[in-house]
Ligand binder design. Structure first.
Ligand code: CP
Length: 312
């Protein structure tokens, strides 16, 4: 299936076929990272700019490694040591970086819609690496890839997303994606972090984790995003932990072969107990590992490596 998009701005506008094309392409890239020489020449001569206006451990290094494993050049931009601190606008920053002949711009920004905004004036392919509480498309793609790896298909799986749904771009992208691939989605969290309006996404919502987790195939825990909260949205972290933390006791209510996911960074002992995060049921580090293949696939499909070369 061809991937007929110039940018990857969100999951919402993608079709099921688009998503499967990315996942299938990622499948074929997975093996490259296991080689002694983890590199193919597919995107030789292409330039990718990592434009991160918010902190990142996983996404930024994953895009960097994905680009390098495809032999593209990559420039890492950090707001703190750029001319943004001297007052340069976002538009001027992007236009100046593009003047250096970039082919793709991977952007993370706290303001929702920023990737779409820069795509209106940029020549490069734009990839959303997380925009405020809007979307984080490559995270949802790597999550789907990991679920498919563990469960073969997403069709009919009960997936429970737990935590700060309101502020989570990961939850939004996952809700769109999981629905498109036929999974059942239940979101769980305190009422202030899970407004009733979320039902309009065509999902179930529940405020009781013990009830919602029953029969789950996949449990996706989210971090409480204190940095995006304007006021206290639950009484205390202790209270939150008592009601919404994933513990061994709660996890027993899920299916026997259920898996535990988390996009990271995790708050051990808050949304998930440390023993579960490190247990064999957790695929958290597998998600990170798969992220490289998924981002290689996204770069490859957008930048159109002329012919697929998988040899050194
Ligand atoms: N999952 C995720 O987006 O992690 P980072 O913030 O470290 O990139």
């Amino acid at each position: 299936m061809p991937f007929d998009h110039k940018h990857l701005l969100a999951i919402e506008p993608l079709s099921k076929e688009d998503i499967l094309t990315i996942l299938d392409t990622a499948e074929s890239f997975l093996e490259i990272s296991t080689r002694e020489v983890k590199k193919v020449p597919t995107l030789r001569g292409k330039t990718v700019i990592n434009l991160f206006f918010e902190p990142s451990t996983r996404t930024r290094s994953s895009f960097e490694l994905a680009a390098k494993r495809l032999s593209a050049d990559i420039v890492n931009f950090s707001k703190e040591i750029s001319s943004v601190v001297k007052g340069e606008t976002l538009k001027d920053t992007v236009l100046n970086l593009e003047a250096m002949q970039s082919d793709a711009i991977v952007i993370r920004h706290s303001c929702p819609g920023t990737p779409r905004y820069i795509s209106t004036f940029c020549r490069s392919h734009v990839i959303n690496a997380g925009d405020g509480a809007h979307e984080h498309p490559t995270q949802a793609l790597l999550d789907a890839f990991t679920i498919r790896q563990q469960k073969k298909s997403l069709e009919g799986l009960k997936t429970v997303i737990v935590g700060d749904i309101l502020h989570s771009r990961v939850a939004r992208s996952n809700i769109y994606l999981l629905k498109k691939l036929g999974a059942e989605v239940v979101c769980v969290g305190p009422p202030a972090l899970l407004p009733e309006e979320f039902k309009e996404f065509g999902i179930a919502i529940d405020y009781n984790l013990d009830r919602a987790i029953r029969g789950a195939d996949v449990i996706m825990m989210l971090r409480i995003q204190l940095e995006r909260q304007q006021k206290n949205l639950f009484p205390s972290l202790r209270e939150y932990r008592n009601i919404y933390s994933l513990t061994k006791k709660r996890f027993r209510r899920a299916k026997k072969n259920a898996i535990i996911m988390h996009p990271g960074p995790i708050n051990r002992g808050v949304e998930i107990s440390a023993d579960l995060a490190d247990s064999a049921k957790s695929v958290i580090l597998r998600q990170v590992e798969n992220g490289i293949a998924v981002r290689m696939a996204v770069l490859y499909l957008l930048l159109g490596g002329k012919e697929r070369e998988t040899t050194d």
